[in-house]
Design a protein around this ligand. Structure first.
Ligand SMILES: Cc1cc2nc3c(=O)[nH]c(=O)nc-3n(C[C@H](O)[C@H](O)[C@H](O)COP(=O)(O)OP(=O)(O)OC[C@H]3O[C@@H](n4cnc5c(N)ncnc54)[C@H](O)[C@@H]3O)c2cc1C
Ligand SMILES: *[C@@H]1O[C@H](CO)[C@@H](O)[C@H](O)[C@H]1NC(C)=O
Ligand SMILES: *[C@@H]1O[C@H](CO)[C@@H](O)[C@H](O)[C@H]1NC(C)=O
Ligand SMILES: *[C@@H]1O[C@H](CO)[C@@H](O)[C@H](O)[C@H]1NC(C)=O
Length: 469
């Protein structure tokens, strides 16, 4: 009799387990509730976290402010706020192509179809993210139009409060773990120049640039020569009346048409013109500030135990774990890394939550962190950038792998990143006319792909929009 009951219970439990494998939330009342992991953001990083949490059988929920996945790879025609009043976080624009080979951006074990160009369009990258979410059946775990407002540590868990923007209601969820994946490029940095508020033309940030059409026949000033500044110059130079580029980057500037003018940094604004550091003046209709982004974590407060500014988040162990409260983790704080690294951080976090490895004692983590910070000091004892991984990326991959037993990304990805960064500045107009292929973990091939229409190829099965509103 008892044996039979045991058998029935085992069957029941198995049944409940396999059922919840699909849809994903409660195991109660038969089993005690599994810890809940709350992921903030369903961009590349949040999706990577969701994939591993699912693979490792964890109970989790993703909170996404917008109405779809994809983060900055999802084009949104809204400027500022979406139809439900949530901020538009995506920065992508028409005709954008990746500025890094896709091979450095792929999720582990989920490559693009091999015939995809190495620098796909943003719509192709978005399709890729959708096919990823579909393949790993992540959509049911993602709650859309859920804009996280606050995450507070309360005794032994995190109270996550979000606005369900389409309902105009606030809700609070108790989370055992929180994974912050809200993106690295969130808060807009704007230059401060005398006279800026007297300027009669338009001043905007590249974040709000959606495409070239509004700039046709205009006198446009592009400020900055980071990834966005350089890209927008190439998108606008042939359609504007005049294109002024103010920056101080040293690079092999292509031969632009005659309407192009290079200028040093800005000095002052007049009502219809801008004066530059060399005291030259240019009449301007629109200024596009490609002056970059900062971190932004307005939903975290003192209870996190962290110091959070636009430039720094500290102290984090391995650039991921909040040392004060290790149940709060971050993806994408590390700077100067490839997307594949975000995937590794996600696997690290999910492995940690699933109990596959243990962190060192708190004191040890703090010691490692201090060693890392001291090693960053320059000869003037100035600490440079505590969240920068950049040149040490491959060693960082190795360290994560060693500690957590996660998948080691091929070292050649670092070489590809470094080559691309250099070559992009050598040949800005044509560097994307090449395809790459990894021949083994240490070597790659690269060849000219003919350019032209090749750029538009995207051999990913197109799925109908999975709108969840
Ligand atoms: C214009 C542009 C082009 C880029 N091109 C490249 C490239 O070519 N190659 C490359 O390697 N990298 C590129 N990047 C870097 C890019 O950030 C990464 O490719 C990747 O998108 C990072 O993913 P993420 O999930 O960390 O952040 P994001 O893609 O920004 O996603 C964050 C998500 O979090 C959500 N969110 C934010 N705040 C909240 C909140 N409070 N509550 C709920 N949800 C929230 C957002 O809606 C968004 O969906 C580019 C970035 C930009 C801005
Ligand atoms: C929800 O929370 C936000 C942020 O705290 C607040 O501004 C808003 O008024 C709240 N909305 C409702 C309906 O309570
Ligand atoms: C501008 O147009 C010319 C002529 O069609 C073309 O050769 C050139 O490559 C274009 N420049 C850019 C930056 O697209
Ligand atoms: C990797 O780990 C070693 C040994 O703990 C440490 O000295 C080094 O700074 C770490 N490097 C990176 C980039 O994390």
């Amino acid at each position: 009799m008892t044996k039979l009951w045991t058998c029935v219970i085992v069957l029941l439990v198995n049944h409940v387990l396999s059922e919840t494998d699909e849809g994903g939330t409660t195991l109660s009342p038969i089993l005690p509730q599994k810890p809940l992991t709350c992921v903030i953001g369903a961009g590349y990083s949040g999706l990577a976290a969701a994939r591993y949490l699912k693979e490792f059988g964890q109970n989790f929920k993703v909170f996404e402010a917008s109405s779809n996945i994809g983060g900055t790879w999802r084009f949104d025609s809204h400027v500022g706020y979406d139809e439900y009043g949530a901020p538009v976080f995506t920065s992508t624009y028409k005709y954008l192509r990746t500025n890094t080979p896709r091979q450095t951006m792929e999720f582990s074990g989920f490559p693009f179809p091999s015939s995809t160009p190495s620098y796909p369009t943003n719509t192709c990258f978005y399709k890729y993210l959708k096919s990823f979410a579909k393949h790993f059946q992540l959509m049911d775990n993602i709650q859309f139009n859920s804009y996280v407002q606050s995450v507070k540590w309360v005794r032994n868990h995190w109270d996550l409060t979000y606005t369900k923007t389409d309902e105009r209601q606030n809700y609070t969820t108790e989370c055992d773990f929180v994974v912050v994946a809200n993106g690295q490029y969130v808060k807009l940095k704007m230059p401060k120049v005398p006279g800026m508020n007297t300027f009669k033309g338009k001043i905007m940030h590249s974040h709000d640039y959606k495409g070239p059409e509004p700039f046709k026949n205009k006198k446009v000033l592009i400020v900055g020569a980071g990834a966005s500044g350089l890209d927008l110059v190439t998108h606008l130079v042939n359609i504007t009346d005049k294109l002024v580029h103010s920056h101080h980057l040293k690079y092999n500037q292509p031969k632009f048409p005659e309407n192009f003018v290079k200028k040093p940094d800005m000095k002052a604004f007049l009502s219809n013109a801008v004066i530059f550091q060399d005291d030259t003046k240019e009449d301007i209709d629109v200024v596009i500030c490609c002056t970059g982004y900062e971190y932004d974590h307005p939903f975290l407060d003192k209870s996190s135990g962290l110091t959070l500014t636009g430039k720094f988040v500290l102290p984090l162990y391995q650039h991921v774990v909040n040392i004060r409260h290790p149940s709060l983790t971050f993806i994408g704080i590390a700077k100067g890394i490839i997307n594949r690294m975000l995937d590794a951080q996600a696997e690290y976090i999910a492995s940690l939550i699933a109990g596959k490895f243990k962190l060192p004692a708190q004191e040890q983590m703090l010691k490692f962190w201090l060693q890392h910070v001291y090693a960053l000091q320059d000869e003037n004892k100035k600490i440079v950038d505590v969240n920068l991984v950049g040149p040490k990326m491959d060693q960082y991959f190795a360290n994560l792998t060693e500690e957590a037993g996660i998948t080691r990304a091929p070292p050649v990805l670092t070489d590809i990143r470094d080559f691309n960064a250099k070559y992009r500045l050598e040949d800005l107009l044509n560097y994307r006319d090449y395809d790459y292929e990894l021949t083994d973990p240490y070597h790659y091939k690269r060849w000219h792909n003919g350019g032209g229409a090749r750029a538009q190829e995207c051999p990913i099965d197109s799925e109908p929009e999975q709108q969840k509103i």
